[in-house]
Each structure stands twice: as C-alpha cells, then as structure tokens.
Ligand binder design. Sequence first.
Ligand code: ARG
Length: 272
Amino acid sequence: MKKRFAIVSLIVLMVLSLVAGCTKEPEHAAANGDDEPEAPAVKLVAVGECTFAPFEFVDEETGKPAGFDVDLIQAIAEAANFEVEYKNLDWNSLIAALQTKEADLVVSGMTITDERALEVKFSDPYFESGQAWCVEEDSPIKALDDLSGKTVGVQINTTGDYAAQKLDEKFKEEDKPGLSIKRLERAADVFNELKVGGVDAVISDLPVIQEYLKNNPDSNVIIPEPAFTVEYYGIAMRKQDKDIHGLVNKGLATIKANGKYDELYEKYFGTR
Ligand code: ARG
C-alpha cells in the first residue's frame, strides 16, 4: 500500500514539474527582476568597406574598423541583445558575403535602392544622404552641367557611379560631349585621383566629401553645390533572415527613441 502511494506521488510530481517546465516562458525568465542582463543569444557578423569616413574607416591607432556605422551597429546590438563583430571587406564583396553567410549584416553607408532590394532586405532607413561633387578650387567647373566633356572619379557600383552614368546619358541626349567615368575600387581612391590630377572632379556621398575636406584642410578642394540626390542608408540583410530583420529594426527604433542615435550623430557630424 505504502509502495503504491509512493509511486503515485512520484508520478504526480513528475507530471507537475513537466507542466511547470513547459509553461515557463523565456521572456519571463529574462524579466524576473535580476539586474544581470540576459547573455546575448546570437552573434552576428557585420561588414563594410572601410575607406568611407566618417561612416567606416580603419582607425590608425587600433588598426580596427571604426566610424558611425561601426558604433551604430554596436548600439543596435546592445539595444536588441545580440552580439556583433564588424569586419572590413571590399565594396564589391559585401552583398556576396551575405549570400555565402560570411556575413549577416552589411553596414556600409549603403543606399537603399530598388535594384539592391531585389537581392537583399534593407532595414528601416538610418541616415539621410545624397550625392555631391567636388573639384579643386581653381577648376573651371562651376556647376554640374560643366562636367560635360570632363573626367569624374567615382567608387565602382555605388550610387555615385550610377549618378555619373545618368549624367553622361543626359549630356549625350543633349548632343553635348559625354562624361568620362573613372570607376575606382575603394571609396577613398577618388580623392587621391583628384589630387594627382587623374580626374577633373569627384562624385561621392556629401558627408564623405565633407569629412575629406575636414581631414585635409590644405587640399584646396571645394564643394560648389549642394547634394543633387536624396538617398537613405539601410542595413542590408539576407531576405530570409526574418528574425534578424526584426532584431535590427527593433534595436534601431530603440536607439532612436532613447537618445543613443543622437549621441552618435553628434559625435560624428556635430549638432543637427
Ligand atoms: N551610398 C553609396 C552607395 O550605396 C556609397 C556607399 C559606399 N560605402 C562604402 N563603405 N564604400 O552606393
């Protein structure tokens, strides 16, 4: 009799603990009043082409990637409780790195475009930018249309490259001499090319040209006109990674709401 009671009690206990185990939700476990934040569940790899200051560049002292994008994805990761490692990669390998799973996130001042959106999923926009052009101070080029018949430097397969191609088509439609486009591998190469006289002008993202002028006050380079396109940067991800889309957009919304985004913006661009 005693033995049977013991067995029945044991079974009841087992069933009870099973039920308790099943109903315990992970969210509640995390919010159980512990001060210790839950350890990040996922680790993601972010990549960018690090010659695009102030968005991503290699820090001279540490030899590591630094910049607005690097800090931004770190802040997003902290807000959405994931871990992130940022790596420097060639511009033309960034989207491919998503497909081969070498990377999970492209955070590289990448403009959200319809063509790219066929291949990747973009996060909500995180930065408003635009294409601008610059020349040496004594250049005869005073307006965008003066670029007809001239040579311009761009980073290959960027929106600056596409804008230059459009301009060339426009000139030709107007029966004017076209635009020769020098398409360079790295974003920073365009400025060296302008310096050595390999191109008459450069087309790039306005904040990046502004940063170049700031870091090279003796360059005599000027930005004669405001930006001529409006573009938005987004974080690119694999289309199928729905969980990651959610984490990134949630983290971005959180840091926009809690002042962290503004703090980073001020660090790199000053007050708005
Ligand atoms: N915003 C431009 C684009 O998406 C240029 C981005 C270049 N970024 C870089 N890290 N080199 O095409």
